[in-house]
Every structure is written in C-alpha cells, then in structure tokens.
Write a protein that binds this ligand. Structure first.
Ligand SMILES: [Fe+2]
Ligand SMILES: [Fe+2]
Ligand SMILES: [Fe+2]
Length: 417
C-alpha cells in the first residue's frame, strides 16, 4: 500500500531528513559516504544503476547505531577510537528493523581491518571493503581539511583496507573530482540524481517507514510503545466505524510517523523528572511542526494532514493551529482520540497515569464539550476495555522488541570485541 503514498526517491529523502533530525553532522557525513560509495561502484563497473542506489541507501544508514550507543556530537571518538558499539548496534537495528537484513553485516564490519575481513564468507564482502574506504575518505577529508592528501590511503593498503578498494578510491576521486565536490558541497547534485534510480518495493517502503518509527526509540523507547498502542487503537476504531480501507491505511501511516518530530527534541527534556517550564513545553510542542516539515512534499499530503493534527482538538483547544472540528475530519479525529488516551495512560515524572475511570470521564466530558469528535469518542467508550487491553499488549510487545535488541547487542558485542 505504501507505494501510493511515497516514491522511492522521497523515501530516501525521508530517511535522510530523519537522520538529520537526530543530528545534522552525522546525517551529512552519511550522505557524503553514500555519495562516495556510489562513485566507487560506478568506477568499478558492472553494477546496474538501481544496484548502486541500493548500496547508497545502506551507506546512508551506516552510522545509525551511533544515535543509540554514543554521543553523536563526538564523531571522531566513535568512528576512530571506539567504533564497535555503533557498528554492532547499527547492524542489529538494520537486521531486525529494516528491509536491509542481508546487507546489514556490512555495517557490523565497517570499521574492521581488511586483515580480519578478507576471509569472510559473505556475499557483499567486496562492497563492504568499498564502504570502509568511502567512510574513511570522508572522515579524513573532514579532519584534515585542505591539507588532506588522499594518497595517504596507500599506507594502509593490504592492512586496514583492501588493495583493490584503495586503488579504486584513488581512481574515483580523480575521475569524478570527489574531494572538490565534497568541499564545495556540489556532490549533493550527484547524490540526488542517483536517488532517482532507487527502486523500492511496496514491502520495502512499508518496512522503511516502520524503521523510521523505530528510530524514535533510539531517543526514547516509550515513543515506540506509545505509537504502537496508538496505531492499534486507530485501526480498531476505524474497523468498528467501518471506514474505508484507504482511510484506514492513511491513518495507519499518519499514526506511524506522527511523532517523528520528537527526534529533534533534547533528550534531557523527554523524560525530565519535573514539571517543564512554559518555554520547555513550547519547545516540545514544536515537534508537531517538525513532523510536518519532515513529511511535507515527501509523503501524501493526506497523511501529513492527519499526522500534524494529532494534538489538535475539535473544540479548538489543541495545538499548533487551534483548528476546530469544522475543518477536520474523522481520520484526524481518530488519531486525536487515540493519542489523547494513550498519553493520559502514560505516567509522567510529575503526575501519575490517569486511571481508566478518569479517562472514561474525560472522553464523556469531551463529547459534551465538543473537544472530541462525538462518534469517534463514543465508539471508543463502547469498546474501551477490549481496545485498551490489546493496545497495551501491542505496546509491551514493541518494548520487548527493543529489549531483545539490547540483549542481542550485549551478546554480539562480547563476541565481536
Ligand atoms: Fe561513518
Ligand atoms: Fe562508523
Ligand atoms: Fe505528539
């Protein structure tokens, strides 16, 4: 279904924008590595354009683990001094939560010396070597600036890096003027042009959109469990209200992505053990506009309109635009009611979770006052217990996925270092 809502190129742009929300520096580095990777493959030859584009997506995600395991502002530390944590976490994140399971091992080994990877029995063994040189060229050219001489890579030929990868990178740099393009940022044009050849299947797009939702868990796992509960509630309300399949799908993707703007929020504020100041609350509220700006023009406008209205309320008491019922529809109403209930059930550092009785009261009052769409809130009330129970189970299952990933991380890490 996702194919109707997003093109392959826009999917890649959305991945890049999501990385950017978490940290601009890492996102830029990832985009540059993705570009260098594409030129290396082009230079080597024998690849179709769409195959190159697939490796570009992988390269774009090569440091995703760092958002979880490291202070992403300290790039040189986690890339050069202690690269294992982000390599292992990134590998597992992509293996379990993305459509790149087969290529994910390239992430695991992207900082391991050639002397240790040369005998790997792995389909993408050589492409892994290319990713390694693409990555180091960008780290070096950033670190050494104008003094950087890429011939220095010869010193590591056959030890850290594959001799053929070293020759190829020098050839590609000369042929495509890579270093100049990185410095004057004109590489971006080539990068975006190549994305035209990314061919993602419907299933892959769906998995990538889910992966973006899981990215919110790199910052705060509770966002993933809440979103999972909200998705379930939306689906059940939609089903009971007999809305169309198209509407159900649009609500689904809106629910999946509605809090992606939270990725830009400072970690300290997300679970601050106190009441936030007005200024801090206003900052958190900007997550809705950030979600909108991230999605706009990349995914269907109808999905954006649902996602960005999740904190609006039918009586105009919501934010960011204090929209009223007259300009909103059932799809927006469903996400709003689901979000409101899940948020109320969440314990905050400064208040306990609302009880089911209090939430039921709020829904009833909201129908009378016009805060909620009456039909949606009433449908929820009629099926409250059944929906909430299953929604909680779904939320717990999503958290379990993360805990499994963490356990797996510790095991793989022990065996890896
Ligand atoms: Fe990197
Ligand atoms: Fe890395
Ligand atoms: Fe939100």
């Amino acid at each position: 279904m996702a194919v109707e809502y997003i093109t392959s190129k826009n999917m890649c742009l959305l991945i890049y924008q999501t990385l950017r929300l978490m940290n601009k520096g890492v996102a830029h580095h990832s985009r540059r590595v993705s570009y260098i990777m594409s030129k290396l493959l082009e230079c080597r030859g024998g690849y179709e354009k769409y195959e190159i584009a697939d490796f570009m997506v992988l390269a774009l995600l090569h440091d995703i683990g760092a958002y979880k395991t490291d202070d992403v502002r300290m790039q040189l530390t986690y890339e050069a001094k202690k690269p294992e944590p982000h390599s292992v976490y990134g590998y597992l994140f992509l293996k379990y939560l993305s459509p790149l399971e087969e290529q994910s091992k390239m992430i695991l080994y992207h900082h391991v010396d050639y002397t240790k990877t040369k005998d790997l029995d792995y389909r993408y063994r050589f492409e892994l070597e290319l990713l390694k040189v693409a990555e180091i060229i960008d780290v070096w050219q950033k670190a050494f600036g104008d003094k950087f001489d890429y011939n220095v890579i010869d010193q590591y030929s056959g030890t850290k890096f594959h001799p053929e990868a070293c020759s190829l990178i020098k050839e590609a740099i000369d042929k495509y003027d890579i270093i100049t393009k990185l410095r004057d940022v004109s590489y971006k044009d080539d990068f975006y042009d190549s994305l035209e050849y990314v061919l993602l299947s419907d299933d892959e797009k769906d998995k990538y959109l889910k992966m973006l939702m899981y990215c919110t868990g790199l910052k705060d796992e509770e966002i993933v469990s809440n979103t999972t509960a909200i998705i379930y509630i939306c689906r059940e309300l939609g089903r009971k209200m007999r809305i169309s399949e198209v509407d159900k799908n649009e609500i689904y993707y809106a629910a999946l992505l509605h809090d992606i703007g939270m990725l830009k929020m400072p970690r300290e504020l997300l679970n601050a053990p106190r009441v936030l100041s007005e200024e801090e609350k206003n900052l958190i509220r900007t997550h809705v506009e950030i979600t909108g700006n991230t999605l706009k023009g990349r995914i269907s406008d109808r999905i954006v309109a649902i996602a960005t209205a999740h904190h609006e309320r039918f009586d105009g008491s919501g934010y960011p635009n204090a929209l009223k019922g007259g300009v909103m529809d059932t799809r927006q109403a469903i996400l709003q009611v689901a979000e409101s209930v899940v948020n109320s059930r969440r314990e905050k550092p400064y208040r306990p979770a609302y009880t089911d009785e209090e939430i039921i009261n709020d829904l009833n009052e909201g129908i009378v006052s016009g805060k909620y769409d009456g039909i949606v809130a009433d449908t929820f009330l009629k099926n409250y217990k059944e929906i909430i129970e299953k929604a909680s189970q779904k939320a717990d299952a999503a958290l379990t996925t993360y805990q499994k990933l963490q356990r797996n991380y510790e095991q793989v890490y022990k065996g890896f270092v």
